[in-house]
Design a protein around this ligand. Sequence first.
Ligand SMILES: NC(=O)c1ccc[n+]([C@@H]2O[C@H](COP(=O)([O-])OP(=O)(O)OC[C@H]3O[C@@H](n4cnc5c(N)ncnc54)[C@H](OP(=O)(O)O)[C@@H]3O)[C@@H](O)[C@H]2O)c1
Length: 330
Amino acid sequence: MEYRQLGESGIKASAITFGAWAIGGWMWGGSERKDAVEAIRASYEQGVTSIDTAAVYGMGLSEEIVGEALQGIPRDRVQVMTKFGMRWDMRKGDFAFKSQDNNGKPLDIYKYGGKESIIKECEDSLRRLRTDYIDLYQQHWPDVTTPISETMEALAGLIKAGKIRAAGVSNYDRAQMIEAEKTLSLASDQVPYSMVRRDIEKDLVPYCIEKKKAILAYSPLQRGVLTGKIRPGYTFNEGDNRGDSKYFTGDNLTRINAFLEELRPLAAEKGASLAQLVIRWTLEQPGITIALVGARNAQQAVQNAGAIRVRLSTEEVAMINSKLAGLRID
Ligand SMILES: NC(=O)c1ccc[n+]([C@@H]2O[C@H](COP(=O)([O-])OP(=O)(O)OC[C@H]3O[C@@H](n4cnc5c(N)ncnc54)[C@H](OP(=O)(O)O)[C@@H]3O)[C@@H](O)[C@H]2O)c1
């Protein structure tokens, strides 16, 4: 495994970090707890020492599963990253969307970054994760109803209290990062980034490179479509909302699969799966520190961790990029 610094926080994380959204089941049509625990432990065996979760993933369930999976592993060998600021249990802040929990109960999700809320959320996450500190604590989404300075002050207080080692944000744009850094030095921004979703390259990436901020790229497999297994007509489990995404439907899906077919010979030459090639490409992009990759079971987790062994030359990355330049996504 390769390990990379999270900004100037002094924290080193595994370049391939385990993403624990799907294992919480919420918006992914449920999950198998036993498979999930095995996936995290199998990842750890492969050197994946960092795990990213969030309070809202399964309304606490993902954090509980991470807490269970980490039992027996010395705490200082792993980096636990979680997120706050998506409340499903109170109506305060910026209404985000209507959802339902894993049992079908309707929920309203709010983006909320108020100080008291963060302090409470941190305690709840620590309990579910069965730990007494969080390595990287991130605001899940910006909340337009709370001044960014208030949220950052709360994070500074948690660092001082030893509850968290570093503060990060997620889904922040460049202007929001600049605003946040008037109060606190951030370690990172966690944002969507994949071969088919590269809009951060224009503004956010240059800013993070210049200011030495880590970028945690989320959904690098574009929620599974870049593994090549999602063909037109693929059926998702009930409650798995991926079928509604533009990457999984119509001409986009057809074009993505045609592009992946063009990558297959290179993957075969490397003895790699498409998923491995895609993850390695992600890690080769300027400014990208970490690829946050989700996995449902040990088999996927081990395969994804193996992406670190794939070597891509500058020419090969350029060749992939030139093919991508011709890929239209509407
Ligand atoms: N901050 C945010 O707002 C935000 C948003 C999204 C994600 N994230 C973070 O980023 C992490 C990763 O993103 P993601 O989970 O959305 O998407 P992803 O990593 O692009 O895709 C993960 C999914 O792809 C499938 N998969 C993974 N490896 C595979 C393999 N080797 N072979 C075949 N299928 C494979 C699995 O689903 P199936 O087996 O069901 O197909 C898996 O759940 C999340 O877990 C979360 O930690 C953060």
